[in-house]
Design a protein around this ligand. Structure first.
Ligand code: FES
Length: 380
């Protein structure tokens, strides 16, 4: 077998699933091939920790790997104690970047297996596994003319990709091409207005502040609005209000609005825009929206392949399996990436996003957003 068919084989998600818990790297090396030939991995070139709890990794992507659309996420996997863990991170670069590099920022969460691992261990030369792009929100191929970005905390990363892409396309007329970095080379396209409100406790907590200044010079009205202390450059502070929108983007009623941030920010935006207008917002969530679950839900879940049965009192099938000592394949844990999909052999499960119950035997369910309603057999 020659190298190219092997690369194709190892890049397929079904193959990665079958190989778990070992990464494709393990098998590729055992075949005597160089890992750098493999398209399922990226190499860490630089590691920066610019603000507390944020690890910024610059990656060299394998040739031919599809870069996510602006605002969408990249699946990244690491091996911790011999087990592959996958998460999704939005590259912060312009999607037009053509030098094969990508930058991701990982906020460290207490107890977060991947974020803690990267905070402690990430170093140049480290290999990361790559999967398929995923995400609810991305910049449409036909760019809207007027765009309002609203983000909070880690929501800065997809917005950086969207804003950098728009800047690289010369979307805003009021730009200074002399200030743009090599990955922001101008390719003229649709022009319009772009404003961005980003919320953080303190301005000093925000990574990529230099990049935000570059984007401002490229004609994007960026305001970093502190919620705990200080003010933005335009004197704004506190949580999102209609007055903030009016101050930064008085034209927002006709704009396409993108949102990525915590639920409190979403509630503030909904209050400011009204329910109907908020329904049009393009949104990437931090966590799945969960429907109300009756107290009567739950049951004995039999993981047929593993031979493990465990009582589950309404937790997700993924959480239940982990509590029972299993380690099912998963990524986002919020119903986006489909990495966790498994076949429900019998019984009923509730989709926690919609509240709907389904009991058709042999159906594939996303175990990170499904909970048992009575006894269930699952092919895990
Ligand atoms: S882990 Fe991503 S959909 Fe379940």
């Amino acid at each position: 077998m020659t190298a190219p068919p092997i690369r194709r084989l190892f890049s397929r998600s079904i193959t990665r699933t079958l190989l778990t818990p070992h990464p494709a790297e393990h098998y590729i090396r055992s075949l005597g091939l160089e890992w750098s030939d493999d398209p399922t991995g990226a190499t860490v070139l630089t590691v920066d920790r610019p603000v507390p709890d944020v690890t910024v990794l610059r990656l060299r992507m394998p040739a031919g790997v599809k870069r996510p659309e602006p605002g969408a996420a990249l699946e990244v996997g690491v091996v911790v104690n011999g087990v592959v863990h996958r998460r999704h991170y939005s590259p912060v670069d312009a999607a037009t970047r053509a030098d094969g590099l990508a930058t991701i920022a990982v906020r460290r969460h207490p107890g977060g297996i991947v974020s803690e691992f990267l905070w402690d261990e990430a170093a140049p030369g480290m290999r990361l596994l790559l999967g398929d792009p995923a995400g609810e929100m991305s910049l449409p191929q036909t760019r809207p003319a007027d765009i309002l970005l609203v983000s909070g905390g880690s929501g800065i990363t997809p917005m950086l990709s969207i804003a950098s892409t728009l800047a690289s396309e010369g979307h805003c007329a009021d730009r200074d091409t002399g200030t743009l970095g090599p990955d922001l080379a101008i390719t003229p396209s649709t022009q319009g207005r772009v404003a961005w409100l980003h919320y953080a406790r303190r301005v000093e907590d925000v990574p990529f502040r230099d990049r935000l200044r570059e984007l401002s010079r490229a004609g994007i009205d960026v305001q970093v609005i502190p919620t705990a202390e200080g003010t933005s450059t335009w004197g704004l502070d506190g949580h999102l209000t209609a007055a903030h929108l009016e101050a930064v983007a008085p034209w927002h009623p006709g704009a396409t609005v993108f949102l990525c941030g915590p639920e409190g920010l979403a509630t503030g935006l909904e209050d400011a825009l009204g329910t109907d207008r908020f329904a049009e917002v393009l949104r990437e969530r931090f966590t799945a929206t969960v429907a109300e679950v009756p107290d009567t839900d739950g049951g004995a879940v039999t993981h047929v392949r593993s031979g493990v049965t465990a009582q589950n009192n309404g937790a997700t099938l993924l959480e239940g399996a982990e509590a029972a000592g299993l380690n099912p394949q998963h990524g986002c844990r919020m119903g986006i990436c489909h990495t966790c999909t498994a076949v429900r052999l019998s019984g009923a499960t509730r989709d926690l996003r919609t509240g709907e119950v389904d009991s058709e035997p042999g159906c594939r369910v996303q175990i990170c957003v499904s909970a048992p309603v009575g006894d269930v057999e699952i092919d895990l």
